[in-house]
Every structure is written in C-alpha cells, then in structure tokens.
Design a protein around this ligand. Structure first.
Ligand code: DX5
Ligand code: ZN
Length: 217
C-alpha cells in the first residue's frame, strides 16, 4: 500500500492535494504531527485531521511525533483518525497508550527512532496493528533513506508473521522509486512517501504509480 504524507503537500490547497492522492490510487493518507519538542519542528495538530475527514474516504493514518502523547489521543480519535501511531520513546507506558488507542476504536500503531534499539518495541508488538520502522530521523521530510534500517524491517516482519490478526509493517522516510524496492523486499507493506509524491513535476498520480512499480519490481 502507498500512504502519501501530506507533510510535503501544498498546505494552501491541502484538500485538493488529498483528493488528488485519492484519485491517484493512494491507500492511506499519512498525517505527520510534530510538536517542536519531541522533534524540533512544529507541523500541525488535530484540526487538520478534522478538516480532512470529510474530504476523503481513505483511512487517515496519524503519526504522532509528540510528547506527552496520552493527553491528545482522544482529540485525534474524535477528529477522525483511523490509525494513531505513537513513538515508544514518547510515553512512559507504551502498553497503556496502545490500549487507550484501541479503546477509542482506532487502530493502534507503534514506532521508534532509528537510534532506538529495535528490542524496545518487542514487549508491545501484540498490542500494535501498525508497526512503523522509521528510515530517517523523524522531524522533517525530504531526507535520505537509511539503508542500515533494512535488517530492522526484516526483523520486525519476522516477528509480526508470528502474531495473529491483521497487522501492517510500515516504513517512513526517504522512500522513493529508488529505495522502495529494497524496503518491500525486506518486508515492508505500507510505504509512506512525502516528497516522492507531492510537488513532483509529473503530478501526484504518476508519482504514486512510480512507487507502486518500484514496490512490484
Ligand atoms: C518524517 C515524517 C515522514 C515524512 C516523510 O518525520 O514522519 O512521514 O513526511 O517524508 P519523505 O517521504 O520526504 O522522506
Ligand atoms: Zn510520518
């Protein structure tokens, strides 16, 4: 699946950018929330989720790069998030936070920074329906894919295969037509892409097609 990240969209016409992504075959819309504290930049908050909810039928996949995270879950759920992915570093009790997301009727997701050892997420995998492997340092779009995260993708894929239920292995950061193939071969199922989708000369639909081709090839 392809999940365009609106972080790279034109915010002055966000609704039409999301419609363009949907018409172009996007599967999820990835929404990057940054607080200027957990990561250096500030992007936007829950009002953007609420504004986009009537614009698209696609799942809104909210990636929270915020700390603390627990006080904000309810607002993002109420705004219309379909999945909420939290950072294992951003909560004192990841199990409780993931359970709280489930209790709100939202698909719980778990991620970690590249510098955090992968075993930090093992105790919580069974509570996560989305597991996101960051392939750049979270905080901004347009960075280079970190190939040393490929073994981590494979390790997570192996662990998820041993668990029941529908679960998605997602990758985020530096995914483009040159890097997507390797990520998919390592086990990635959901490709988040910002700068490879929005603001490209050929348009959003062609960019999504290009990523799908790279995933298949
Ligand atoms: C980075 C965000 C990403 C970002 C990806 O902190 O989590 O979702 O938008 O951007 P690209 O695809 O440009 O690397
Ligand atoms: Zn993201």
């Amino acid at each position: 699946m392809i999940a365009p990240s609106i972080l790279s969209a034109n915010f002055a016409s966000l609704g039409s950018q999301v419609r363009e992504a949907e018409a172009g075959g996007a599967d999820w819309i990835h929404v990057d929330v940054m607080d200027g504290h957990f990561v250096p930049q500030i992007s936007f908050g829950e009002p953007i989720v609420r504004a986009l909810r009537p614009v698209t039928r696609l799942p809104l996949d909210v990636h929270l790069m915020i700390e603390p995270v627990d006080p904000h879950l309810e607002a993002f759920a109420a705004a219309g998030a379909d999945s909420i992915t939290i950072h294992v570093e951003a909560t004192p009790d990841p199990a409780r936070t993931l359970q709280a997301i489930s209790d709100l009727g939202v698909r719980p997701g778990l991620t970690l920074r590249p510098g955090t050892p992968v075993w930090a997420i093992w105790p919580y995998l069974d509570l996560a329906e989305v597991v996101l492997v960051m392939t750049v340092e979270p905080g901004r779009g347009g960075q280079a894919f970190m190939p040393d995260m490929l073994p981590r993708i494979a390790q997570v894929a192996e662990r998820l295969a041993a668990l029941d239920g529908e679960r998605w292995l997602q990758v985020d950061g530096g995914l483009n037509s040159a890097t997507t193939g390797a990520a998919v071969r390592a086990g990635a199922q959901v490709i988040v892409a910002g700068s490879a989708v929005f603001g490209r000369e050929g348009g959003v639909a062609a960019a999504i097609d290009g990523l799908r081709g790279a995933a298949a090839g």
